[in-house]
Design a protein around this ligand. Sequence first.
Ligand code: PHE
Length: 470
Amino acid sequence: MSVTSSGSATYSDALEGSNAKRGLWSSRFAFILAATGSAVGLGNIWKFPYVTGENGGGAFVLVYLLCIAIVGIPIMMAEVMIGRRGGRSPVNSIRLITERDRLNPAWKLVGAIGVLAGFLILSFYSVIGGWAISYVGTTASGQLAGQSAEAVGAIFSGLLSNPSTLMLWHTVFMVLVMIVVARGVRSGLERAVSILMPALFVLLLMVVGYAMTTGHFGQAAAFLFQPDFSKLTTSGVLVALGHAFFTLSLGMAVMMAYGSYLPKKISIAKTSITVSVIDTGVALLAGLAIFPIVFANGLEPGAGPGLIFQTLPLAFGQMPMGTLFGTLFFVLLIFAAWTSGISLLEPIVEWLEEQKGMNRTISTIAAGGVCWALGIASVLSLNLWADVAPLGFIPMLEGKTIFDLLDFFTANILLPLGGLLVALFAGWVMSRQAMENELSLSPTMFNLWFIIVRFVTPVAVAIVFIYNLM
Ligand code: PHE
């Protein structure tokens, strides 16, 4: 079953192929791998700890968890369901459903938002992926062993101040993503994910184990899990909501694309919950690994996007065999980022193939090239353009660099907007009978889900948007 007009192997083809070849794997497991590969990435390990630190800890984490449970999981179910019902790429799935049920074709906009969000996110995602690549060398060379917090901080600022090094690693990351997307994702990658993801989990556990010896574990746990609502702002709520979409890869039709390959007999609810729980677990573990180190070394929890690059190297510099484990950790982080990067580029490439009739190689080069070029703005935001705040006249966006703006606009505006449209489509437009068939839940559970996508999600997203505009 091939979705793309070119007929070349896609990520999802590989998914199916891998099932055929490896009978031992249930299809549910293959879907969970692909979806988890997309969901678990820099969002969990890089972004979650630093946005939590910037937004004061516990209360923010609580809102984020609520957003995952009452907005994220239902929207993931809706995306997977629409994808499976349509059985095509996102834009065509929605077109098919709208034609079949004589609905307004403008709903294709959901796919268009996905393509735009993919472009913008991948442009800066690749720059951060580049940081991870650069840290493999930094760690492996043993430079970090026994270093002080100042020295580790200086290594990081040294990296940021150097546009050509940043460009080099940004380019390497983008090329890695493009190679896989251009060739069509082979089953090898799914196999890799099934080994590398658990390995990442184990290494994170080891860092958590180290963090427990710092004597600041209790303080960190309190920071993460004791809500202090006086520290929560309305923009913090928006960031929590946006991050829930970002970390679960929602709002840009990725899960829709993957859902189109899910066999009918598999429970959409169970698989969506599994993916969300794994994703949330990795984020919380990252928090428990990083904050004890932050407090033990008197670092600033709100240090921003550099947080993990200023804390984890300290841990690796101090723990036994830290050079080995640290190197391994950053290699695994690259893999986590890589599988997410692939899922960001794939929808754009499919769209170019379908709409513009380009072949897969050309569309990958075109799409990847544009993302790469856009990424230059993010690279420069970290040094030469660090003081350039193009939309600084808007109070909420004061002091935000181009990099900050891209992150803000995609995660906090575009993805929730995409998710809102998905919720409206499922809650108000699609045939109820069709959805009952796809989800095959008990009547109570179906109604609960239906009320959430019909009312709760749209109202929640609207309220958060409106509050932040005011
Ligand atoms: N979920 C990925 C992460 O947490 C990022 C991502 C967002 C991937 C949207 C695909 C779509 O790193």
